[in-house]
Design a protein around this ligand. Structure first.
Ligand code: GRF
Length: 202
């Protein structure tokens, strides 16, 4: 199976997935890591692990549609079974999302449906919630609304800041995202009629 991972920056979730794939010898390969930013830090990690990288710079495209078309063409060169958004900071058009329906995952740093969009740690602190978290979900046309696959939860502690929450949560993201990708690769995770199905271990 071929996995294509899209990043925009640091790429620590991508790194966690690559490390799990190698350590656990998944029946899959990371076929490519693709960024919309030429200077995304994660590109160097991917290249140093022998993973093909590509950049599709969104700035060079006049419209979202043109960018998404070029991105899709680049992704599809690697024949992906699964597309993994890992800190990929672009809103995607409906035709693009439709093209990868049922085979594109994202991780969002909140307990969806709470706090879609940006600045989720700030949103959580402002709302005064006792618990925060992250959600791996299938990508659907509505931003940060696709059906949840796995969630990680952390308590909000007295004195927590956006940074402290982000840091504690990131460690949990690095656990749940590889888990979800592995389930998909093992054909144990799918979406049917908008509902997530996870098969238990045989
Ligand atoms: C993560 O917190 C992820 O949930 C969010 O953006 C951040 C990306 O971090 N979508 P990284 O690039 O994977 O290190």
């Amino acid at each position: 199976k071929n996995i294509v991972i899209l990043i925009s920056g640091r790429g620590s979730n991508m790194e966690a997935i690559v490390r799990a794939q190698q350590a656990e010898a998944w029946p899959a390969r990371i076929a490519a890591v693709i960024s919309n930013k030429p200077d995304a830090k994660g590109l160097a990690f991917a290249a140093s692990h022998g993973i093909p990288t590509a950049v599709v710079p969104n700035k060079e495209f006049p419209t979202r549609e043109a960018f998404d078309a070029a991105l899709q063409e680049t992704i599809d060169r690697f024949n992906p079974d699964l597309v993994v958004l890992a800190g990929f900071m672009r809103i995607l058009t409906a035709p693009f999302v439709e093209h990868y329906a049922g085979r594109m995952l994202n991780i969002h740093p909140s307990l969806l449906p709470l706090f879609p969009g940006l600045h989720t740690h700030r949103q959580a602190l402002d709302a005064g919630v006792a618990e925060h978290g992250a959600t791996v979900h299938f990508v659907t046309a509505e931003l940060d609304h696709g059906p949840a696959v796995i969630q990680a939860r952390i308590p909000v502690l007295p004195g927590d800041t956006e940074d402290s929450l982000a840091e504690r949560l990131l460690a949990e993201e690095h656990v749940i995202y590889p888990k979800a990708v592995r389930l998909f690769i093992e054909d144990r995770l799918s979406i049917e009629n908008g509902e997530v199905r996870i098969a238990v271990t045989p």
